[in-house]
Design a protein around this ligand. Structure first.
Ligand code: ME8
Length: 651
């Protein structure tokens, strides 16, 4: 069976965060599960680059839009790599393959009369990239409850798409396919919305040039949402591509609830107008909210550096936490202390501890050689039937796009395994020679349980199979076949097992954050308001007193090549860099860790003050200073092209 799953394509107007990552992690878990099932999977993600807000952000940073998005796209790709996201394709809407398809579709819709030219007069919310009529505004501002920002009055010649013409056809489709919009709360919302009457949609803009030109009227660029939705087929090479034939219609479009309306109304109408089959499921999950209750988003300033979180806790733990916390039809809460709690209880105590304990006993009582299985008692019979039951419930939950429900089921099995250890008390059996066969059977059962737990959790925590395989004398690939869950005795007696390091060591937040910083965090939490950070315009520092050219010449600024970079332990803000300047290797400690992941800096040719008196920071001698520009929340280190070698003077 083929399985085509998509995430939204994200706006690269800021770095991705934990909220953005949730959808991609959930889609990844579903894709991995289907691959394990032997399905022909295509998993698509990408970036939505032709938005007006991209132009605004790029302008504010004085770079060309393309250059700007290229940089952010690299961060998206780096984050997906760090989170083990197994996408099959990454589409960027600035790519030619996408432009061609959007232009062809726009022309066809125009030629068949579904798009017509008129005049738009109304409001536009750039952060949401959405048109609003006057009567929808709330106190003259964007009516999106998560936005509420200022809107702009637009009056321009525009092309319009006849949504109204397809309203009844769409409603009929939704009624006939109850699975089309999920969960059901979103479906009801959408039905009410459509029944309220659809207005024709403005689908072109003339006040800026960034985007895809309307081919027969290049003064216009295509409205970013129409452009973006088409990615789901342009990436497959619509209309003639082999992938399009093979994978369309999508099995699942996964997204947050904020954008279900675009996917459940505009997108199906485009497809109806083109006479293309509709996707099977449009699934809108809830949002991750911060502890203070607001949606996690860059504009609220409540996001944490995802690379730093992965460094602290590992990709599997973060994936587990996010997937487990988002219950169907509800919002989830993200807070680092909850993450730590889950790691310690579910992963370290329940999952990891069962593995370490049981392997330690095989090592202790049977010198690490997996003994033969024996005769089942009701305890083993119960474990086996629970394993079968959990497997089918996990399948059912995943078919309903509910990873949290699936994990809950898996943890029923994990809990039962832990209880089994206490019930069988192998330490007592080991003292009685007549129980030798019974102990063999119990120890064998332990190992089989580890195997089952590993396979069940592999879609969610892809790092686990490789790790347990190393402990059990198997290979990762041995644990990536869903169907093999049916064989209880998947591990053959005689295997050599080792105890190894704990899979999920317990963590303590104070390993990374000093008491002072913890206190600061709590104070910040208490005083921070939910005001969008984007809108606070920072003031410039006054320009300093004059210096003579001779005074300036005392500063020795040099280009330095970054050889190595790592976080300074127990701080959030400091990076320790090893740099090469004029043939010499030096160490510099720099307070830029909140803005750069260490790996982003390696290889960069940065500018340093080379003759600054060395100082000790956190016990490390810092021999110089990295030069950086900062404004408000943004900070960027000054760097030059790699043509200029470390050691070159900057004057
Ligand atoms: O809307 N909790 O892009 P976008 C959960 N380009 N999910 C979250 C989240 C949070 N706090 N914050 C973001 C766009 N998301 C368009 C999409 S598709 C043809 C075009 C996730 O960068 C969630 O999936 O604003 C949400 O729908 C998406 O990011 C919005 O991403």
């Amino acid at each position: 069976m083929k399985y085509y799953i998509t995430t939204p394509i994200f706006y690269p107007n800021s770095s991705p965060h934990i909220g953005t990552a949730y959808t991609t992690i959930a889609a990844d878990a579903l894709a991995r599960y289907h691959r394990m099932n032997g399905d022909d999977v295509f998993f698509l993600t990408g970036t939505d680059e032709n938005a007006q807000k991209i132009v605004r952000t790029a302008e504010s940073q004085h770079v060309a839009p393309k250059e700007y998005v290229d940089g952010v796209v690299e961060k998206f790709k780096a984050l997906w790599k760090a989170l083990d996201i197994s996408y099959d394709d990454f589409i960027r809407t600035t790519e030619e393959r996408h432009h061609q398809v959007v232009q062809a579709i726009f022309t066809r819709l125009y030629e068949q009369g579904d798009i017509y030219k008129s005049e738009y007069e109304g409001w536009y919310c750039t952060p949401c990239e959405t048109f609003w009529t006057e009567n929808k505004l709330v106190n003259g501002r964007c009516p999106n409850p998560d936005c509420g920002r200022e809107v702009e009055l637009l009056k321009e010649e525009s092309y319009f798409f006849r949504l109204s013409k397809y309203q009844d056809k769409l409603l009929e489709h939704i009624q006939r396919h109850p699975e089309f919009i999920q969960p059901s709360s979103r479906r009801n919302e959408m039905i009410r919305f459509i029944e309220g009457g659809l207005e024709d949609l403005c689908v072109s803009r003339t006040t800026f040039q960034w985007g895809i030109q309307v081919p027969f009227n290049p003064r216009h660029v295509v409205y970013v949402w129409l452009d973006a939705l088409i990615n789901y087929i342009s990436a497959l090479g619509y209309p003639d591509g082999e992938k399009y034939q093979r994978y369309w219609p999508a099995n699942v479009h996964l997204m947050g609830k904020d954008i279900v309306r675009f996917h459940a109304v505009i997108w199906p109408i485009v497809l109806l107008a083109l006479d293309i089959p509709l996707p099977q499921v449009v699934y809108g999950h809830g949002w991750f909210l911060g502890k203070e209750g607001g949606k996690i988003s860059k504009s609220r300033g409540n996001v944490q550096d995802s690379f730093e979180l992965i460094r602290r806790y590992g990709s599997d733990a973060i994936r587990y936490f996010l997937l487990r916390e988002m219950q169907v039809g509800q919002d989830g809460t993200y807070a680092e202390d909850n993450l730590v709690e889950r790691i310690n209880s579910d992963l370290a105590n329940d999952f990891g501890n069962f593995i370490s304990r049981s392997l330690a006993m095989i090592v202790k009582y049977r010198k690490g050689i997996l003994p033969d299985p024996g005769v089942d008692t009701p305890l083993e019979a119960e474990l086996k039937s629970l394993s079968t039951e959990v497997q089918s419930k996990v399948e059912e939950r995943l078919a309903a796009c509910d990873p949290a429900g699936a994990l809950e089921q898996i943890w029923r099995f994990v809990a039962r395994c832990n209880k089994y250890v206490d019930e069988t008390a192998p330490w007592a059996l080991a003292k009685k020679p007549e129980e030798e066969k019974r102990l063999d059977h119990v120890l064998n059962t332990f190992a089989q349980c580890i195997r089952i737990m590993t396979i069940l959790s592999a879609p969610f925590m892809p790092g686990v199979p490789g790790k347990t395989a190393a402990l059990l004398g198997k290979t990762e690939g041995d644990f990536l076949n869903w169907d093999s869950l049916k064989d209880w005795n998947g591990l053959e007696p005689g295997l050599r097992v080792v105890k190894g390091e704990p899979l999920f060591p317990r963590v303590d937040m104070s390993d990374w954050i000093t008491q002072e910083e913890l206190k600061e965090m709590q104070e910040e939490k208490m005083t921070s308001s939910a005001e969008p950070a984007e809108e606070a315009v920072p003031e410039f520092e006054p320009i300093k007193e004059e210096v003579t050219i001779d005074e300036f010449a005392k500063l020795d600024l040099r280009v330095a090549k970054v050889l190595k970079a790592e976080k300074v332990e127990k701080t959030d803000k400091l990076l320790k860099l090893e740099i090469e300047v004029a043939g010499e290797t030096r160490t510099i400690v720099s307070g830029i860790a909140l803005h750069y992941a260490p790996e982003e800096l390696v290889g960069k040719h940065v500018v340093i003050v080379a003759n600054l008196k060395p100082v000790k920071l956190r016990g490390i001698l810092s021999q110089g200073m990295i030069v950086a520009a900062s404004h408000g929340e943004n900070l960027e280190v000054l760097s030059v092209d790699a043509k200029i070698p470390g050691g070159a003077r900057v004057k």
